[in-house]
Design a protein around this ligand. Structure first.
Ligand code: SF4
Ligand code: SF4
Length: 158
């Protein structure tokens, strides 16, 4: 995600809009150390997903690049970044704030945001059910096929 340096295209109000949302006020405390990114499980699988960089874009007001990218939708809202942040900045809350602003300002349809919330809820349930299944078979751990277990759980729901 490239940073916008054209001052005419920056929105200086963006950080205030984020700060007005529940939990979003911590955004202004970020000093860009990058500990959040190092702790983030999504960054482990996708280097382009970088909470430190996204916060910098909010503080700069680089709305155009932030909202034209899909990256903010990849946050799992797990709060591992928050647990490690020396400034107690909560990126999960900030990601929720960004998603609300994206809907309010017409960057995405509100139905899109509802689908993302349903996916998050379903993934949480799936994780709980998969772990319960593994625990049931913990005496035969070598026989557990994780992909098969996940497929069966997904199919049992259809
Ligand atoms: S760990 Fe906290 S202070 Fe450091 S970059 Fe991330 S949000 Fe900012
Ligand atoms: S809340 Fe989002 S940014 Fe923070 S560690 Fe989890 S996935 Fe990464």
């Amino acid at each position: 995600m490239a940073e916008n340096t054209d001052k005419n295209k920056l929105d200086p109000m963006l950080k205030y809009k984020v700060a007005e949302k529940p939990g979003g006020e911590t955004v202004k405390a970020c000093y860009s150390c990058g500990v959040c990114t190092a702790a983030c499980p999504v960054n482990e699988v996708n280097e382009d997903f970088n909470p430190r960089k996204m916060i910098r874009m909010i503080l700069l007001g680089d709305k155009e690049n932030l909202f034209s990218s899909d990256l903010m939708w990849y946050c799992m809202l797990c709060e591992r970044c928050y647990a490690n942040c020396p400034q107690k900045v909560n990126f999960a809350h900030i990601a929720r704030a960004l998603r609300d602003i994206a809907v309010e300002e017409g960057f995405v349809d509100s139905e899109f945001s509802v689908i993302i919330k349903k996916i998050e809820s379903r993934v949480g349930d799936l994780r709980k059910d998969a772990i319960a299944e593994v625990l049931k078979n913990k005496k035969n751990i070598e026989n557990i096929d994780i992909n098969k277990t996940l497929k069966e759980l997904i199919n049992s729901d259809e």
